[in-house]
Design a protein around this ligand. Sequence first.
Ligand SMILES: C[S@@+](CC[C@H](N)C(=O)[O-])C[C@H]1O[C@@H](n2cnc3c(N)ncnc32)[C@H](O)[C@@H]1O
Length: 425
Amino acid sequence: MPSIFTKTMSSPVTAMTTNYHEVTASARAIHESLVKMMAPKLSEKMQSPKVDIWDVGCSDGGNYQPVLAGICEQLAQKKTPTTVRICGMSLEEPPRYVLPVVFFQSLAKERPDVAALSHPDQQGLIRHLLAHDDAIRARVRVAPEILGEVPQELNAEQHKALANVKALILEKMGPHQLVFNYVSGSFYQEATWKKCEAAVGKPDILMTLTATHWLDTPSTEAFGDFDLNTHPFAAHQEQWMADYTRWLEFAKTALKPDGYLIAADLIAEPQTDGTVMFPAKLGYQLLQEVLAQHRVDLHFSVYFPTQDERTGLLTSGRFKVEHTEAISVNEMSAGAEQDVAEFCMQVVRSWSSWQVSKGRIGDHSLTSAQVDDIYADLKQKFSDHMVKSGSSPQMPDTMAYTYLTFIAAPEHTEASERLGLLRQA
Ligand SMILES: C[S@@+](CC[C@H](N)C(=O)[O-])C[C@H]1O[C@@H](n2cnc3c(N)ncnc32)[C@H](O)[C@@H]1O
């Protein structure tokens, strides 16, 4: 029977970033590249009965569905039992790591009686199975704190669909086991990495997607006071170099000696001050203006490095870069939304919604209606900007941002081996 894991997963919208790969052609292209890059490394790692994978800066994990589908595809080809343990790490607290639920929901959509249920009903069904069914729990273990609200009672329709979904998951998982965990915290703090290690062990594969352009900040609650608009470009650049150097050091220490760092990260063209990162850089600037107008106390701290800056730090951080690919897709020619302002707003919203939801006006948290208003104003800002700027360099004809995907492996020197042994002692 052909494996359905090979099919492209289309995800339901459960949180803003979950549908990001549906919203942008660039995201779809990088997921394809990631899956392709990971395939040989996964099959190498799956020679052993246990594979540990960390997803660093994961948000809700929803965008990793294609990667998870690739992992399941590899499992489907393997007869001897393998356990794959996945740990998400991100700032979001409480956890919103919906990956296991939305993944199995996508899978179960193949069954007509499941497809007929509403999205919340489908999710309730999956959560119920993952929480209560012993046969499923022997195959898929999800830490309770990331399961979300589990319905105790199912309605008649859900009951009807339950047996089918259960049979499907058991069939697809074969003798294998998937384990999901999530650690909330900053990836600029050693303690967060240690918590992931305690949760699932050192990673064979450490993956990260669209996360390491965030700068370290004094606060993980809000993004500190490092204002994108008022700090000079050089200060951002300097801070990013220091932050990413530290991030790589943590990653190298975390990885198993024969592990891989597999990443897809935003990069900027050289000499452009990041402005061609449309709509990313402009989007954050406009969002910052909107937040100020709404008197929301929140600042974004991001820097988009060039390809050379990224690979330079990888090399000086003693990573051997095995493969890199710069991917840029013109969203306009790839059949993106006709409403460009709406499209740009949605992209920036998918990147920033959690942080914005944590914003405060004085002593008050933002309501969801206020968050909606902020993004409606952001869309208007994009529209105004387009009318105003015409052919300005901030509004290129092509709408593309560039990703660098890469595989890197830690280099081991005698000195680093000795240091590692000392650290372990
Ligand atoms: C643009 S989202 C990408 C999320 C996910 N990897 C994806 O591709 O859908 C960036 C994520 O990085 C996380 N992040 C930013 N700075 C972080 C930090 N210092 N520590 C941990 N996570 C961080 C944010 O919380 C956010 O979830």
